[in-house]
Design a protein around this ligand. Structure first.
Ligand code: HPA
Length: 269
């Protein structure tokens, strides 16, 4: 894996070397890049060893640019385990970002609320997660990438979460804070599963993010995560969840999330 990471990072270093912040844009959140001073946009298909996005709403472009005086790499579209990729492939871009200098990873996603106080279009700061997917660190550990048994305490950086709360308050944005449950998908949950995720301490459930965050913290990056609540499970209603509903729900919140991320980046040191 180390060779592939090096080769990809070397290829991408023609576009930028001293990157600081990596951003992964989840389903329907692509328009964040409108706020960037874009320097280069590279389709994943041109990048050696990069997987391809196969999901509607995920574009498949790596964007190099600048925002709030910081060099950023932005993934428009991510890789999911349910697409058939291995966990090493899903998290490969995080390793490459680290090799290009990224010290802070911002992850965004759409997720389904299981906390009954949540509404469609809310945004939630991720304060912790519950991993119900295969762990991306399974396999021989390369000590040059990180330790064998990394701690998972406080991986969602408390200082960055505090900044986000301040930014949200200043901009009159309602912000939830909770626990993201990561599942493989691709089927949405049965009512019994949604109830189970609430019971075990989840506030929201989704099919991404957790592997990326585990690898980022294995790589000693600081992590900030935010989730748009695209649908909410309510026992008394039990509507069917569809991908279209998810994209509609996200459209309601994308702008709020962009405001927070943009200002947060200016405060990252
Ligand atoms: N379940 C799992 N993943 C999701 C959901 C959901 O309800 N909504 C958006 N992503």
């Amino acid at each position: 894996m180390l060779d592939k990471i090096k080769e990809t990072a070397e290829y991408l270093s023609q576009y930028a070397t001293q990157c600081e912040v990596g951003i992964i844009l989840g389903s329907g959140l692509n328009n964040f890049v409108d706020n960037l001073k874009i320097e280069h946009s590279i389709p994943y298909s041109e990048i050696p060893h990069f997987p391809q996005s196969t999901v509607k709403g995920h574009k498949g472009m790596l964007i190099f640019g600048e925002i709030s005086n910081k060099k950023v790499i932005c993934m428009q579209g991510r890789f999911h385990y349910y697409e058939g990729y291995t966990m090493q492939e899903v998290t490969f871009p995080i390793r490459v970002m680290k090799a290009l200098g990224v010290h802070t990873l911002i992850v965004t996603n759409a997720s389904g609320g299981v906390n009954p106080n949540y509404n469609v279009g809310d945004i939630m700061l991720i304060k912790d997660h519950i991993n119900l997917m295969p762990n991306p660190l399974i396999g021989r550990n390369d000590e040059t990438l990180g330790v064998r048994f990394p701690s998972m305490t406080n991986i969602y950086n408390p200082t960055l979460r505090q900044y986000a709360k301040e930014i949200a308050e200043k901009n009159n944005i309602k912000l939830q804070e909770g626990v993201y449950v990561g599942t493989t998908g691709p089927s949405f949950e049965t009512p019994a599963e949604y109830k189970f995720f609430r019971t075990i301490g989840g506030d929201t459930v989704g099919m991404s993010t957790v592997p990326e965050v585990i690898v980022a913290s294995h790589s000693q990056m600081q992590v900030f995560g935010m989730s748009v609540i695209s649908n909410v499970f309510r026992e008394e209603v039990q509507e069917e969840c569809t991908h279209e509903e998810v994209l509609e729900g996200v459209a309601k919140a994308g702008d709020k999330m962009n405001v927070i991320v943009q200002e947060l980046i200016s405060r990252i040191s």
